[in-house]
Design a protein around this ligand. Structure first.
Ligand code: FNR
Length: 393
């Protein structure tokens, strides 16, 4: 079994550059203004998105020498009770068909080929079942945008479908009960979820409960009133107001597997997550797309790990762009990182092969970063705060 890096060097021709910092620029040149505004766009002035990136620069890896090795480092991790070959997952990203006609299906195939878990968004442009089929034997989790209580029948329907289709964990996103203040999308007059050609609405439009309720209310099938149906689905998953902590038990009643709360940024909320009995949290600020001016996600990671790291699996996202970033987040105590925008750029630049190239690049880079730093595995006994130093404020 060859290492990720060795496999990388054997590429006859990579589909696009190995320079991770070039992916955004190259993908931008190929996207429509609306898709570009959607994926690159942040909340507000982009301050939090910049802080997400800057936070990585404050930490540095401190390489060790003469660590005798027979092999390249072990990148495996254990998350939610499952052994995984690599410590990265594809973050939930909605409406992937605006980036490539095969959208989520291509991305979920690429994820499975690379042993990277795929997290399907509630706002996906392919159905729960289609993506499961494309993902095959891969590990897949379902991300919930959580409808309000009067739509709980729809929530239960989504959870049932996900369970039946082999999604093993539920990731509940808590930071997006309404979309953030996103000037790019507003300037473009563009909300990808409201496009009436089915893009952005597949999960809703294929949901039997949503379809039945729509017919009861409007007297026609969703196909006959596509504009109204997508608007209603969008309101269903972005209801505009939030649930409370006491509502988590409703989801626990309807989901037997592990549950992860995504969007945690405070120690207090991390502790509440432990109290309500979920198995994991994702320390995330949605890539700086929700609350501009909010703290960097990496900045909050160490204290959250200190508070709850022994009690729940702490996952991380927002700003991961290269192997060193992954090493730093793991060193600060995350069990796994989610990668958002980079694999979407891969999807734009090369469909399934492009997503694969992004995962292989990030993992190959991580593998060599650890190897040349004398860190023999990505587990906390080897990759931890002793391997990092905080250089500045
Ligand atoms: C997202 N994200 C997101 N999160 C979620 O829970 N459900 C979703 O449908 C989406 N959709 C989505 C679309 C796009 C275009 C982006 C860029 C992001 C947030 C995502 O899961 C993740 O938290 C961030 O993308 C992580 O930051 P980076 O890696 O993009 O910096």
């Amino acid at each position: 079994e060859k290492s990720v890096y060795q496999k990388g060097l054997q590429y006859e021709r990579p589909p696009f550059t190995f320079h991770a910092h070039e992916w955004e620029r190259q993908a931008s040149a190929q996207m429509s203004a609306t898709s570009k505004g959607y994926v690159i766009g942040n909340a507000g002035t982009g301050e939090t998105a910049r802080k997400n990136r800057d936070a990585f620069q404050r930490w540095s890896i401190v390489p060790n020498r003469l660590v005798r090795t027979e092999d390249l480092p072990d990148l495996s991790t254990k998350v939610l009770g499952q052994e995984l070959q690599f410590p990265i997952a594809a973050a939930p990203v909605g409406v992937q068909r605006i980036f490539n006609p095969d959208g989520e299906v291509a991305a979920a195939r690429a994820a499975a080929e690379n042993n990277v878990p795929y997290i399907l968004s509630s706002a996906a442009s392919a159905s729960i079942e289609e993506v499961a089929e494309a993902n095959g034997d891969g590990t897949r989790w379902f991300q919930l945008y959580w409808p309000k209580n009067d739509d709980e029948e729809v929530t239960v329907s989504m959870l049932d479908r996900a369970k039946k289709a082999g999604y093993t964990a539920l990731v509940v996103t808590l930071d997006t009960y309404i979309l953030g203040w996103r000037p790019s999308d507003m300037d473009n007059g563009y909300n990808p979820f409201l496009r009436s050609d089915q893009i952005g609405t597949a999960i809703g439009l294929t949901d039997p409960v949503f379809r039945r309720r729509f017919k009861e209310a409007h007297g026609v099938e969703v196909e006959a009133e596509m504009g109204a149906a997508v608007a209603e689905w969008t309101r269903t998953i972005f209801p505009g107001t939030s649930h409370g902590w006491e509502d988590i038990k409703f989801l626990q009643k309807h989901w037997e597997g592990p549950m992860v709360l995504k969007g945690i940024q405070t120690v207090a909320d991390a502790k509440k997550s432990v109290e309500v009995g979920v198995q994991g949290i994702v320390v995330s600020n949605h890539g700086g797309r929700q609350v501009d001016g909010a703290v960097s996600s990496l900045g909050m990671l160490p204290r959250i790990v200190d508070a709850v790291g022994e009690k729940v699996d702490v996952l991380f996202d927002s700003g991961i762009r290269c192997g060193a970033d992954i090493a730093k987040a793991l060193g600060l105590g995350a069990k796994m990182v989610l990668v958002g925008r980079p694999y979407i750029y891969g999807l734009v630049l090369g469909g399934r092969a492009g997503v694969s190239h992004v995962f292989k690049s990030l993992l190959g880079d991580l593998e060599l970063t650890l190897h040349l730093s004398g860190i023999v595995s990505a587990r906390p006994d080897h990759l931890n705060r002793d391997t990092l130093i905080r250089e500045s404020d």
